[in-house]
Design a protein around this ligand. Sequence first.
Ligand code: PMP
Length: 410
Amino acid sequence: PSTRLNVAPVPPDEIFALNGAYGADTHPQKVSLGVGVFRTDDGKPWPLPVVQKAEKELVADDDLFRHEYTTIEGDVPFLRLARDLMFGFEGKDSEEEAKARIASVQTVAGTGANHLGALFLGHHMKPPTVWLSNPSWANHMTIWELADVPRKTYPYYHAATRSFDFDGMMSTLETEAQEGDVVLLHACAHNPTGLDPNKEQWVAIADLCERKNLFPFFDSAYQGFASGSVAEDAWAVRYFFTRKPDMEMCVAQSFSKNFGLYGQRVGAYHYVTNRSSTSLRDVVVNNLCHLIRGEFSMGPRSGCSIVKKVLTNDQLTAEWHQDLQVMSSRIKSMRKALYDELSRLQTPGTWEHIVEQNGMFSYTGLTPKQVYALKDQYHIYLLKSGRASISGLSQKNVAYVAHAIDNVVR
Ligand code: PMP
């Protein structure tokens, strides 16, 4: 019998499909450079030492309320900490006015924050268009499609030079973006290219948004994970926030990578209003809560209890900063190891971009055909676009991967 549904197959998510294929592969030298998760040099997950400590303390606290409902907006002390981490507040009284501009709610990690933000703007701002970078995290397209906001892309990647196409981005937005459009910006460690604007370029992007009355929507999924410094990785967000007290913007914040809490779904959405008004802020929170209530009632609580434990204790916060250094420096050292090995092999082409790019991913410049050959002949898995998750590299497999790349590009 025919179904009442009007459904056609949707292509599987490339990253999760790749992960499945990797799992099913029995080859002893297989390498996963697909999904963006941190791995140790032994290829194992790394529950952050500070997170393990915080978890033990939470168990010892034996809080009777630990499995209870929170509130629709989420865990309010957690949200204050998340906001302060993102915007750089240090808890001074003088900052109260600036804090009154920010409406924060808890979300289902960074994806949920992007989604809630898209839905909220779709309902209450009705942007003519959202501008996404080309390329961008593939899920951005899906999220804005579900929110029913028309999507366009701005150039971001200059393939010939494997660099950030700042001029292309600026001229497209300058000539084609219209007043009221949303511009989606990656706060740091752009996924998938690993290429970020420099500070001067960020200033020019902010000027453009202001002049053309575009709405900046920051996606922050790698704060502290990219450079090792939470302040450095939040520079763009903090710059946009402080340059003028009346620029509206928003931030989708994820704790998946920087706390290694991937499956716990920890995140927040922050809407920055154009004036310091607790009543406006409260109305924004109240409207966000309406969307949350109809969708998931409230964010999950155990992961944000961990973040809260760490960020309310100076010693644990210092240990977290050390853990961020461990993760970011391992990634940097694997970039260097791959680059050194390709240089040693005199692999045709230029490979400096591997060390120059930032964060979890490298946009290698490998073609879909070369990517396919890596999988077929060498059991090395990366995205068709040539995006490689650097944390899948290790001292043990980097020479093998370089050798394979060398062979497929020759
Ligand atoms: N935005 C970007 C650019 C990302 O790379 C990711 C993680 N892959 C996210 C958002 C959201 O991640 P999560 O939902 O796991 O917090």
